[in-house]
Design a binder for this molecule. Structure first.
Ligand SMILES: NC(=O)c1ccc[n+]([C@@H]2O[C@H](COP(=O)([O-])OP(=O)(O)OC[C@H]3O[C@@H](n4cnc5c(N)ncnc54)[C@H](O)[C@@H]3O)[C@@H](O)[C@H]2O)c1
Length: 379
């Protein structure tokens, strides 16, 4: 159904536990141990870091942070996840001060070349949309499985100190079906992925462990991102899983913000700048060697709460409520003990501030509305 936000985004689940903030507009706790992220990232100064998928949403924010830490950065990216103007003008890929290699992570020669002399690698390249992976499992397999295998093999044979593998909370699937309501996802719980995308991410996690656990291999760490949002995120065609971007665009265009079952499903919304900081820290934090850690806030936010934060900014915003499909998962949120203790990271941007930033950015950046979406609205 066009415009519907349902419970089947990147994360799904049921349950009765609450996060540390209760309602989604609660504030995540601030910085850890009094030491700033910037100070801890000084270890990266003059190091050489490769970021696959560096021209994507998360990749480009991460590269910007790594450059601020004075690391030398190379991005390896196919540059085809969005129209060119998104990569260049919205994500600012050309002005990050990093080297861009346009290529495919399946191309072993290119991967070997960019890894030569690298100290650290973040593997973030992926066919990064749940619905698109379901529609095109062949592309998902190429990018997320075959490409990851090439990156892991080449890292294993290199002088790289540590690889950070970007995974997803999608590996938790819908969690425990006996729990009604939103539930918390813990790193050590049983993983029951329910999509092509999630399967590919879980496979990548297992394969990283298999290839990089030897005594002489580079170290690895796995990060399971929850629902990443924040400017300059833009929706992809046929995907409604990025709810802040999706609902904001609907509101701006005067289209209904559709709420299945009144918008009771929850997500753990983590701001892209916080995700970038968590990812950079995972390169240098001692406790992260061999660890798998959630990157989330621990705060569940319902679809309705997000809509209500967005609506006051757009005069034509309105809601339409549709029935909750039977068995639709109610979503979940991150257990945060591991990210606090192993990664020594806490998010700084709560959802109220992050959504506010997003809608202000969207209002100031009207060309961020994708052409296909504006055309749909006009029709
Ligand atoms: N956005 C989220 O909510 C979210 C949640 C969980 C996990 N993740 C993961 O985080 C990572 C970054 O996601 P994002 O939101 O920035 O997505 P994105 O689509 O903005 O970025 C992914 C980048 O990878 C590149 N890419 C894709 N296939 C490639 C290939 N075969 N070779 C080289 N480059 C290729 C794309 O061109 C794109 O620039 C992905 O691994 C994604 O699965 C994202």
């Amino acid at each position: 159904m066009p415009g519907t936000v349902n419970g089947n985004g990147d994360v799904g689940m049921n349950g009765n536990a609450r996060g540390n903030g209760g309602a989604g507009t609660g504030s995540p706790e601030p910085d850890v141990h009094g030491e700033s992220v910037e100070a801890r990232l000084e270890k990266l100064r003059d190091s050489r870091v490769v970021v696959t998928g560096g021209a994507g949403l998360v990749g480009s924010r991460l590269v910007r942070l790594l450059r601020r830490a004075e690391a030398e950065v190379t991005m390896l990216d196919r540059l085809d996840a969005y129209p060119d103007a998104v990569h260049s003008s919205l994500f600012g890929v050309d002005s990050l001060g990093a080297k861009l290699v346009v290529g495919d992570v399946c191309d072993r020669e290119v991967v070997r070349r960019v890894l030569a002399g690298a100290d650290y690698v973040v593997h973030a390249a992926a066919y990064a949309d749940v619905a698109a992976c379901t529609r095109r499992p062949d592309i998902a397999f190429h990018a997320n499985v075959q490409g990851t295998q090439v990156v892991l093999e080449e890292v294993a044979a290199s002088e790289v100190r540590r690889l950070v593998l970007v995974s997803s909370a999608a590996v938790y699937g819908n969690g425990d079906p006996s729990i009604r309501g939103p539930q918390v996802f813990r790193e050590d719980q049983r993983l029951l992925p329910v999509s092509v995308y999630a399967n590919s991410k879980l496979w990548a996690e297992h394969q990283a462990r298999l290839l990089l656990s030897g005594p002489d291999t580079p170290e690895y760490a796995v990060l399971r991102y929850f629902s990443v949002y924040g400017d300059p995120q833009v929706p992809k065609p046929g995907s409604h899983s990025w709810m802040v971007a999706w609902l904001s665009m609907q509101a701006r265009l005067g289209r209904p913000m559709r709420l299945n079952g009144g918008g009771v499903q929850v997500r753990d919304l983590v701001h892209v700048d916080d995700v970038a900081a968590a990812t950079a820290l995972a390169l240098v934090e001692d406790g992260m060697a061999g660890a798998t850690v959630n990157v989330g806030t621990g705060v569940p936010t319902s679809v309705r709460e997000v809509g209500e934060l967005i609506a006051p900014h757009f005069p034509r915003a309105h809601f339409v409520t549709t029935p909750l499909p039977e068995g639709d998962p109610l979503g979940g949120y991150a257990a945060t003990e591991h990210c606090r203790e192993l990664l020594r990271w806490r998010p700084r941007i709560d959802v109220r501030a992050g959504v506010e930033r997003y809608v202000r950015w969207l209002s100031a950046t009207p060309h961020a509305v994708p052409k296909w979406l504006a055309a749909e609205a006009a029709a």
